[in-house]
Design a protein around this ligand. Structure first.
Ligand SMILES: [Zn+2]
Length: 433
């Protein structure tokens, strides 16, 4: 299918952060073939009107637990440890494949509606998620959650490796698989070494929570004589591409280790604030050469999967943290949500910007709305004024997943009913109605 988006404002997020007005975007099959104007002789089969539309690359969510949508608004206004151990984990202990599948389907609908075309997941029973990703049409890097604090380490690692064997590179390459050591506090050093060995054998990436709370860092110093970042670096984990979620409590030495390793940080401002964990030093990390991307974390601690909200918050928090209103400008925040996320996943040659030759992962936002007028600066508009619900049309690999606010690959009515029903079953099964 050849598609032409005509007369739009294109926010390209290319190396020069170009914004093109009254411009066309041409897509042939799954690729972008023209940015600004269609190539000579291009005859579109489908034309999308771009007037009053802002067109941007699909957003990349680098840290989430997609199926936790079933726990949205279930455990709120709690500190991190009681939230995790007394509320979330008792439900997770009773998860069945169908819970994970329906939770993922609900999450995928929310991602697509909010302009997110690629996400990085860490969870359990991910065959179900992979299957849903394949049919919903988005892009996902799925990482089985791994921990050995409760005697399940070997079984979880076997499941994580099995997922790689079954799903890596499937669904036209949209599904990829990494390994997800939960955190240095739920994984022993010996187990982390074993995971690293498997990651090197499979040539896959790691997805790990790091330095999320002050308590975690103190405990790591007491137990290992090192910070969590030092421990992971010491074990050699940063030899393989790693996405470190949170990185809130990182000192100058930690930041140097992150920049020297093959590490990107996933910044999750909503979750970090809601659990009162803190504010990651994003500007300091970037100044030290660390690639910083954005994530939402799971819907149980956010409580949505809305990257527009994360962009907004990320910018505002750094301004206050640095006592500098010029800190982390909109242009950089938009890069965090797009090309930096692609880079974190090793996909920056393929997605993350509107450039000729890249996969056609494209978001159109309806700017004919009071809160988006006038349009002095389209990038500032995206970061400071836009809402996820302004997204009207979404394409991945040139295929339309959302068209004028209507989901094309998911049946929204039935999935909402299924999510309610499945949540009831999960609560009953876990004895927590
Ligand atoms: Zn998380």
């Amino acid at each position: 299918m050849r598609t032409l988006i005509r007369q739009a404002t294109l926010v390209t997020v290319n190396a020069r952060d170009e914004v093109l007005r009254d411009a066309d975007l041409a897509i042939d099959g799954d690729r972008i073939v023209g940015v600004g104007a269609a190539p000579a002789g291009f005859v579109p089969e489908r034309v999308l009107d771009g007037r009053d539309r802002i067109v941007l690359p699909g957003l990349v969510n680098t840290h989430t637990h997609l199926s936790m949508t079933l726990m949205r608004n279930y455990a709120d206004d709690l500190a991190f440890w009681p939230w995790l151990m007394e509320r979330v984990k008792p439900l997770e202990d009773h998860l069945q494949p169908e819970d994970v599948r329906i939770g993922a389907r609900l999450g995928l609908a929310e991602l697509i509606r909010g302009g997110t075309t690629c996400f990085h997941d860490m969870y359990f029973l991910l065959d179900e998620v992979a299957d849903e990703v394949a049919s919903a049409g988005v892009r996902g890097r799925l990482c089985g959650a791994l921990f050995d604090n409760s005697g399940q380490g070997e079984a979880l690692l076997r499941a994580g490796v099995g997922l790689h064997d079954r799903w890596h590179g499937k669904a036209d390459g949209r599904v990829t698989v990494g390994l997800g050591p939960h955190s240095p506090y739920l994984c022993s050093p010996a187990y982390l070494r074993e995971i690293l060995h498997e990651a090197e054998r499979l040539k896959c990436s790691l997805h790990v929570h790091v330095a999320e709370t002050e308590h975690e860092v103190q405990e790591s110093r007491e137990r290992h004589g090192m910070t969590p970042v030092q421990l992971l670096a010491d074990l050699g984990c940063f030899r393989v591409p790693t996405i470190a979620a949170h990185a809130i409590y990182v000192d100058a030495a930690d930041r140097r280790l992150l920049s020297e390793g093959r590490v990107s940080v996933a910044h999750n401002p909503s979750s970090n604030l809601k659990l009162a964990n803190g504010i990651a030093p994003v500007v300091a990390l970037q100044d030290d050469g660390v690639n910083v991307a954005l994530g939402t974390d799971g819907a149980a601690s956010n409580n949505n999967l809305n990257l527009f909200e994360e962009m907004h918050l990320a910018a505002l928090l750094q301004k206050w943290l640095r006592r500098d209103a010029t800190a982390l400008p909109a242009r950089q925040v938009l890069r965090m949500a797009t090309i930096n996320g692609a880079k974190a996943l090793g996909l920056d040659a393929h997605i993350g910007s509107l450039e000729v030759g890249k996969q056609a992962d494209v978001v159109m936002l309806d700017a004919a709305r009071p809160h988006l007028a006038p349009r002095h600066d389209p990038v500032a508009l995206l970061v400071y004024s836009a809402q996820a619900a302004d997204v009207c049309t979404v394409l991945v690999d040139g295929r339309i997943l959302l068209e004028d606010h209507v989901l094309r690959t998911l049946d929204e009515t039935s999935l909402l009913a299924a999510a309610t029903e499945q949540t009831q079953q999960l609560l009953q099964r876990s004895g927590r109605p």
